[in-house]
Ligand binder design. Sequence first.
Ligand code: AMP
Ligand code: MG
Length: 410
Amino acid sequence: MNQVLEFDEALAVVLREATALRHSDAVERHPLLECLGRVLAEPVVADRDQPGFDRSTRDGFAVRAADASAGRAMRVQGLVRAGEQWEGLLEAGAAIEIMTGAPLPKGADAVLMVEHVERGDGSIRLAEGRGICAGENIVPKGSEAQAGDVLLPVGTELGAAEIALAAACGWAEPKVFARPKVAIVATGDELVEIGQAPAAHQIRNSNSYGIAALVTQAGGWPGRLQVARDRREELWERVAQGRMWDLLVFSGGVSMGKYDLVDEVLAESGAEFFFTGVKMQPGKPVVFGRLPERDGVRECYFFGLPGNPVSTQVTFQCFVGPMVRALAGAAVEGPRFVQATLGEDVAGKAGLTRLLPARLTGHRVRPEVKLVGWQGSGDLAANARANCYAVLPAEGRNLGKGEMISVLLQ
Ligand code: AMP
Ligand code: MG
């Protein structure tokens, strides 16, 4: 039981398992806004053509393009606003004033922008040097979507754009998958609850909270089980409780220390391990595996995350997040990396892929990333000053200011 993988191999293993797993088909309905971050269990279908009518995209004048191009004055026959329908026909050689979002009157085939016309007494004409073609400034009925089109398939995560689209289709209460239940077990004799004052040699159990927040962000339902002391009996008990959940996440107890017993207890519980370490920093001792089906309790994936809080957060984002999303019924996708320009020289270090706390500036043309100074993988304050992790490749080449590197957004 010693499988230490390269970083990219470990990502691939997680994606393989995420693709193969069978997520629960339990579904529920909620008011649309409560579905933010949830995963669709039914497709959102266009209930009518979008747009539902030939829609003007400008304030201006509905015309026949051929009439307008001739440069003649055109009598203004009337006005149509958004929310109105022009009854009757556009007369030959005439124009109808029209507002953005209004349906195009019958007979018209283009809209002149108000900025492109010269107004006369009860008439308009196309301004000198301006042209107009049929179809200009109109979005034809059904050109964005046709009635019956699947606009959001099952498995779509509902972000703001999807919520807006579902709203446009009248999906007031979408059917979404139930959130997968994720059991969080912090291990360690040194831990006290966050409301307690730790003695000098103790620390607060911050990881359970950090992990719970990440589970929620990934669309899961976090449950913080009681802390397990570094004793076999307590770990056994937590494994027995945690395997009833959809996913079991340990923090701590997976390194090489004498009291790091999580792997052992999991192995004794019949676990299959996909990896017991990843060549990455922080996060090297991370463990991923599966407990088999037993006594009518279905199989359960688990992670053992290193206890150092930055390692915990980084390894969650790389490996646990994609599994939670897959268990939530989402189309499988790995963590999202983006490219950014390195804002400083960084010395290389061979052997491990490093994901170091960093800050990405929001510059529109050239987002730049700089490392945040840190004291190592226990430095939660540095992690909070960061908004991403800069990925430094395992070959260990020195990187120069101005080079493009990969960045994992927090
Ligand atoms: P371990 O992975 O158990 O060897 O722990 C590595 C480091 O992370 C130690 O300094 C622990 O005190 C710390 N640590 C372990 N569990 C937690 C936790 N739940 N919250 C905060 N820090 C922790
Ligand atoms: Mg420990």
